[in-house]
Design a protein around this ligand. Sequence first.
Ligand SMILES: O=P(O)(O)OC[C@H]1O[C@H](OP(=O)(O)OP(=O)(O)O)[C@H](O)[C@@H]1O
Ligand SMILES: Nc1ncnc2[nH]cnc12
Length: 188
Amino acid sequence: MSTDRIQFLRSKLAQYPDFPKKGILFEDIMPIFSDPKSFGILIDLLVELIQKEFKEIDVVVGLEARGFLFGPTLALRLNAGFVPVRKPNKLPGDLATITFKKEYDEDAFAMQKSSIKPGQRVLIVDDILATGGTALAADELILQLNGSLLGHVFLMELGFLEGRKRLKAPTFTLFSGQSEAPKGSEFA
Ligand SMILES: O=P(O)(O)OC[C@H]1O[C@H](OP(=O)(O)OP(=O)(O)O)[C@H](O)[C@@H]1O
Ligand SMILES: Nc1ncnc2[nH]cnc12
């Protein structure tokens, strides 16, 4: 049953109050990756979700850094390519770039212009949807490169931040995380 498998994954998550700054309740997904059984379940659940919601994916785009933990494995299972969205000064060549704000910081992303061919069907994957700033920046890069943006898949969503409302394509998550702003949050 997928409910049991989702509960099993949830039991692996750890939460850290006031990290990386006061008012943020940090969701640590790393225990899923240090346990091969959990990682296997995670990949199976994501493949099932993606195959139910999307048809014919050409490219899985993963967002640095945590989208790199499972994006390439998913792409292989889906018989799609994997393309990274990277933080600044990491990629060579002709780049598309963008700056953005996320739950606890500001950042910038880059993609190689040649990494997506016009019209390729792209699925974006990342671990957590919070304010949506990160995923929206990735949407804009894919659109700049004339990719066909199919949608997004996340492990977890922090519902109180309503990030999904900002995104430019359908959005699915395996499970929901915090539904209310943590005490002391600037979003309370
Ligand atoms: O919806 P948002 O408010 O934009 O936040 C979500 C993003 O924040 C985290 O990345 P982060 O850049 O902190 O770090 P990472 O390099 O560890 O993935 C997370 O992995 C998402 O990519
Ligand atoms: N609360 C949170 N925990 C872990 N990663 C995040 N990325 C954005 N918000 C986050």
